[in-house]
Each structure stands twice: as C-alpha cells, then as structure tokens.
Design a protein around this ligand. Structure first.
Ligand code: FES
Length: 166
C-alpha cells in the first residue's frame, strides 16, 4: 500500500487550519492528534514532525502518546477494524484462540492491516460485554460467545459482502 496517498495537499491544508485553532487551547496536543487521525486516517512520522514543530513538543513525546493510545495509529487503518477483546473475562474464556484464528485467516498480526486495506486487526481492552465472553468486534458490532467456527463464519461473510454495512 502506498501510504503517502493518504496525505494530500488538501488534507494538509485542513490539518494546518486545525492546528492553528488548537494552538489557542490550553492543551493542544491531544486535540491535534485526534484531528490528525481523523483527517489522514493515521499519524505517520512525517505528520508527527509537523505537530512537533508547530506545538513545540518533542517527537519522542508525540510518538509516545500516539503509540500508547489505541485510538491512534502510525500506519493506515483498514476500512474495517476487527477488535478482539483480551480483557480478563474474555481472555480466560479463550479470546487468544480467537485472535490466533483471525491472525491466521487474515494473514496479519495484531495491530496490522491486511494487504488489500480492508481490515485492521487489533486487541482491545474490556468492551463491557463480559457476559458474552469471549467477544470480538467489527466496527461497532459486537460478536459474543465467539468460537473458532463462528469467527471463521463471520469473516467469510464479511469477505463475501465487502461493501455491506454491518
Ligand atoms: S473482558 Fe471482554 S468484554 Fe469484558
């Protein structure tokens, strides 16, 4: 995937406007990172450098924040994010097996995006559906009582209906 295709001059112009607005805030870094993620879909090092210069923050600090929070990503995210809950309740009920199955099926590791740009796979903390453990999510939709068979089935349906909203 050509990651630079996500960063156009229009998006950069919009982002610069947002930075100027955010500079007036008491804590401009987090809103600026949210804007960057929203506008570009990810926050690569080239964008982190712009933020560093404009907000006078170190790259180390910015990169630390970007990599710590699950909302931010340093690589482009897929059209759909598949999250596997590795919270305690889900973990003890076998969510690691669900993660292994998805890694195997999608041929990516947790945190990566499939080559076709369709799916980003990630681990999540408790999503508040422990009664349905183990759970995984695709976009906003939660799939409970997940098994390897059910996970494969859902994924197969997703691949067959790529453009349908679930
Ligand atoms: S631990 Fe998975 S939903 Fe709570």
């Amino acid at each position: 995937m050509n990651t630079n295709s996500h960063i156009t001059s229009e998006k950069l112009a919009l982002f610069n406007l947002q930075i100027e607005k955010n500079k007036k805030l008491p804590g401009p870094l987090m809103p600026t990172l949210h804007d960057a993620q929203h506008i570009f879909g990810y926050i690569p090092i080239s964008i982190q450098k712009i933020i560093s210069k404009e907000l006078n923050e170190s790259i180390a600090k910015i990169n630390g924040v970007v990599t710590f929070y699950g909302n931010f990503s340093v690589v482009p995210k897929g059209k759909k994010t598949i999250g596997v809950c590795l919270g305690t309740a889900c973990y003890v009920r076998g969510s690691q097996t669900i993660m292994d199955t998805l890694e195997d099926e999608l041929k990516v590791k947790s945190g990566e995006t499939t080559k076709d740009g369709e799916f980003t796979l990630c681990a999540t903390r408790c999503v508040g559906a422990c009664g349905l453990a183990p759970v995984f999510s695709i976009g906003e939709h939660i799939y409970g009582n997940a098994s390897v068979t059910k996970t494969r089935q859902v994924l197969k349906e997703m691949k067959e209906n790529k453009d349908e909203i679930i």
